[in-house]
Design a protein around this ligand. Structure first.
Ligand code: C6P
Length: 402
């Protein structure tokens, strides 16, 4: 692999007098020069509102915005009409909980898993409370995987929605979505995939997964913050009620009633994040140029190396699968006797950025009976030398607190 650090201007800086080592990619990835340049170009040359004007700039902005939908559609093997731009995974999942939630009845069941991020937990919890529906959770095995035998039993005729992450932001576990979708469809449940973490690390193909909806954020795949995607099967989106109302999403408004615009605009009320869409399209071009298989292979190599280096450290416990298969490039760990925030701070003194805390997954922390973890997460610009520096800094933190 080429040294991709060169494409990311932010990585050239020093922190606390040391070269920055950015290992917080599950929180957000850095942005390559190509994406930054695409956004600058848009503001310097094409900025206008979309779908409204007949003037040159508006036509250029509209064309780029629409093209971004097609680029995202091709990226996940969907159709143009099936791609809705949102603020991010959180908004995509809230949209679904609100709109699908309207059809829920008392005692209907929503099946999630113990490893869900709050974004795929709290919206369902709120709608369940309102409708008298029940939340059920697929438990974990001792090896930090979904207990599929338990899942089989939990999916019943009462199950209306199954919403599961493809790749845990804490454990790194990659879940068998295809099998879950098959089980859920047998009882006509709707299958939703949280692809926030998986989208930039592996090939995500909605037809292969056979999911009904899928959500992800641009900022975890080298694109700007504030842009995200909701994919939905066309026939399901056609039946779904809009989440927000306003300009752009209507066909006709009279005093008596309003009719909705065609897909995907029915779900995109108001002036959208045009620069975000342009940045996202550029980020996809960047990813495709490297090749998703190459990204997956490289991250697997880094993760394998990190697991090998971390495992023998005395007093360090890895919270997540120890084997380097069906797992992503994120490693959570606990250092005996050390608070994750203290570890994070000591590493910061070494120029190393990692995350410490509950990672917006408090139900998972409860199930594992821990308060939090430290988490190192890798991407294409990280190297084995970065991991060596991480190991050195961890040992330094342990020595400091001896
Ligand atoms: N996880 C992390 O550090 P937003 O914030 O909407 O872009 O993504 C929410 C989200 C949903 N699902 C999963 C699996 C996620 O990992 C995240 C975001 C970040 O782990 C920020 S808490």
């Amino acid at each position: 692999m080429k040294d991709y650090k060169e494409d990311f201007p932010i990585l050239k800086q020093k922190v606390k007098g040391k070269p920055l080592i950015y290992l917080d990619n599950s929180a957000t990835t850095q942005k390559p020069r190509q994406v930054i340049q695409a956004i600058t170009n848009y503001y310097e040359k094409d900025n206008a509102n979309v779908h409204r004007g007949v003037h040159e700039l508006s036509m250029r902005a509209s064309e780029a915005y629409e093209q971004a939908h097609q680029i995202v559609a091709d990226f996940i093997n969907a159709q143009f009409e099936e791609i809705i731009f949102t603020k991010g995974t959180t908004e995509s999942l809230n949209l679904l909980a609100y709109s699908l939630g309207k059809n829920l009845k008392k005692d209907d069941e929503i099946l999630l898993s113990e490893m869900e991020h709050h974004s795929n937990f709290v919206p369902w919890q709120q709608i369940a409370k309102e409708k008298g529906a029940k939340i059920k959770l697929i438990p974990l095995t001792k090896g930090y995987r979904l207990d599929m035998k338990a899942a089989e039993k939990l999916i019943t005729k009462k199950t209306k929605i199954v919403s599961v992450t493809q790749y845990s932001n804490v454990l790194g576990t990659i879940n068998p979505i295809k099998i879950i979708a098959k089980m859920a469809h047998k009882v006509n449940a709707i299958v939703i995939v949280d692809a926030a973490q998986s989208i930039s690390h592996m090939k995500v193909d909605i037809k292969d997964l056979n999911c009904d909806f899928l959500a992800f954020s641009g900022h975890k795949m080298f694109a700007p913050t504030g842009i995200g995607v909701l994919y939905g099967k066309k026939q399901l989106l056609e039946k779904l009620e809009p989440y927000q109302c306003g300009g752009g999403m209507i066909q006709e408004v009279t005093l008596e009633k309003t009719t909705w615009n065609e897909l995907p605009w029915k779900f995109e009320a108001g002036t959208p994040n045009i620069e975000g869409a342009i940045g996202l399209a550029k980020a996809i071009e960047y990813i495709e140029k490297i090749g998703r298989e190459n990204i997956e292979r490289y991250n697997e190599e880094l993760t394998g190396y990190a697991l090998k280096q971390l495992s023998p450290i005395k007093g360090l416990t890895i919270i997540g699968p120890k084997e380097n298969k069906e797992r992503g490039a994120v490693i959570s760990f606990i250092l005996e006797g050390l608070h994750p925030h203290d570890v994070g701070e000591i590493l910061n003194q070494e120029g190393i950025a990692i995350r410490g805390g509950n990672h917006c997954a408090m139900p998972l922390m409860t199930s594992l009976k821990i308060n939090g973890t430290n988490r190192a997460s890798f991407h294409i610009y990280n190297t084995k030398e970065d991991i060596d520096s991480l190991i050195k800094a961890i040992k330094k933190a342990q020595d400091l607190f001896k």
